[in-house]
Design a protein around this ligand. Structure first.
Ligand code: NAG
Ligand code: NAG
Ligand code: NAG
Ligand code: NAG
Length: 417
């Protein structure tokens, strides 16, 4: 009985992850846009009191398992200690407020976004779409560099007008209705760029769930979306066996290592995915008012999905992300993105009818990497850059390569900004 349940669970895991082998510079419309400041300080006393009262087991409980059974107890203990004793949320807020934040209403939802412009009139407008458990915070290390004028690898000048929205259900954007999908998100982001901000044509970037609205903008709003840079695809991955059947060979050691990590995620790393896909309330309500619980759930992802050698992705980074989730009360609504989009990762690889370019960047420590031949099946792949450092949150653990790769968009850009 137990064995067959386990087999069913494993089968479901495989089904979730593996595809079948057949397989012009205009101003804000100021009436519609309101400046916004991050100020969540009212929630701090309650959060601190819960955290202070929280208890963790002693080190004698299952000693020696390390991180083989999920987050390491000692790591969680020191994260908790740092949160209580050496973490300054007000300083974090001040840093967040060094960016220009706005909100606007679209289709009845409040949409929060950062909007930072370049001083260059030829700047390319770009949307940066985060995923789960990310937020606008995963792009703050790169926004200022993207707005400054630099040059591509071939010497063309490039800078961006940067728009970083909070996905519906995340941070300061409204919690959407239960029937809301990533295609709906793409539609309101198109409205945001075209009608609210006046950017007739723009580029998109997407990671994790953020790749889904970005890809829909690429596929279905092709007059507006004139380039899509992705680090993740809304398509199910191939197992090694499926790659063989499809005649896709992984030549380099880096590609082989990435495929190994991809399969490791699909066998031991995606229990959270199935739970959030099928029973989001069970974990969501359990952790809704539980900061230490959210730290354990979210912290494990930041740690295991990132480059262990990066000195950028610090405990402080994990704490400020978790604090944002907790204080904005968006833990439940953020994980609903899985439940709302059971087919958000497609099994049929199809190529949309757009002539816009799709450059892709792979990062070694990501949880999943699509080999070049798979990316080429779903878009006009013009560049595939593979980095042996950085992971799932490249804006946090390999910002320099992410910035450099985004700047290459200028080489392929054929829109007018
Ligand atoms: C989704 O739900 C909202 C309100 O809950 C409703 O107004 C809307 O018609 C629904 N949309 C679809 C496509 O069912
Ligand atoms: C594009 O739109 C069609 C029709 O609404 C839809 O079936 C398809 O899933 C969309 N493509 C993407 C990538 O969202
Ligand atoms: C793979 O290569 C073999 C031998 O060249 C060929 O017969 C087969 O059709 C190819 N399969 C695919 C999916 O391209
Ligand atoms: C941003 O630009 C500064 C100044 O040129 C540079 O020192 C820094 O490394 C850049 N950071 C990233 C993430 O590219």
């Amino acid at each position: 009985m137990y064995g067959s349940t386990t087999r069913k669970a494993l089968l479901a895991v495989c089904l979730v992850l593996l595809a079948p082998s057949t397989a012009a510079h205009v101003r804000h419309n100021s009436a519609a846009v309101r400046p916004f400041q991050v100020d969540l300080s009212a929630g701090l006393p309650h959060m601190h009191s819960l955290l202070r009262q929280s208890k963790l087991p002693g080190e004698e409980e299952y000693p020696g398992v390390g991180d083989t059974a999920g987050i390491d107890l000692g790591v969680l203990r020191s994260l908790r200690g740092q949160w209580l004793n050496d973490f300054d949320w007000l300083r974090e807020e001040a840093e967040m407020n060094s960016f220009r934040h706005y909100t606007t209403e679209i289709e009845g939802l409040t949409v929060h976004f950062i909007h930072e412009r370049s001083s260059d009139p030829d700047a390319i407008p770009i949307i940066l779409n985060h995923g789960w458990p990310g937020s606008f915070l995963e792009f703050t290390p790169i926004i200022k560099n993207l707005t400054s004028t630099a040059v591509t690898s071939k010497g063309k000048p490039i800078s961006f007008d940067v728009v970083v929205p909070s996905l519906p259900g995340f941070a300061f954007s409204s919690k959407p209705p239960v029937n809301w999908t990533v295609e709906d998100t793409a539609r309101i982001q198109h409205t945001l760029m075209n009608d609210v901000l006046g950017y007739r044509q723009f580029a998109v970037h997407g990671t994790d769930w953020g790749c889904a609205p970005s890809y829909t903008l690429y596929a279905n709003y092709s007059d507006a979306t004139r380039a899509a840079h992705l680090t993740f695809l809304p398509f199910l991955l191939y197992s090694s066996a499926q790659l063989v059947t499809a005649n896709i060979t992984l030549d380099s050691a880096l590609e082989q290592e990435e495929q190994r990590r991809t399969e490791q995620w699909s066998s031991t790393g995606n229990a959270y995915y199935l739970l959030q896909l099928t029973k989001p309330n069970t974990i969501g309500l359990a952790l809704y008012d539980n900061p230490l619980g959210q730290l354990s759930w979210i912290g494990e992802k930041f740690i295991t999905w990132s480059d262990p050698h990066s000195f950028f992705l610090t405990y402080n980074e994990i704490l400020r992300s978790t604090t944002l989730y907790y204080l904005t009360r968006s833990f439940v609504s953020s994980i609903y993105i899985y439940f709302q989009n059971p087919n958000g990762f497609r099994s049929q690889y199809t190529k949309p009818a757009t002539d816009a370019p799709l450059p892709f960047s792979a990062f070694r420590y990501n949880i999943a990497v699509w080999p070049e031949a798979l990316v080429a099946k779903v878009g006009n792949l013009v560049s595939y850059r593979n980095h042996d450092s950085g992971g799932h949150f490249a804006g946090l653990d390999n910002p320099a390569d992410l910035v450099a790769d985004l700047r290459e968009i200028r080489e392929y850009w054929n829109g007018t900004a």
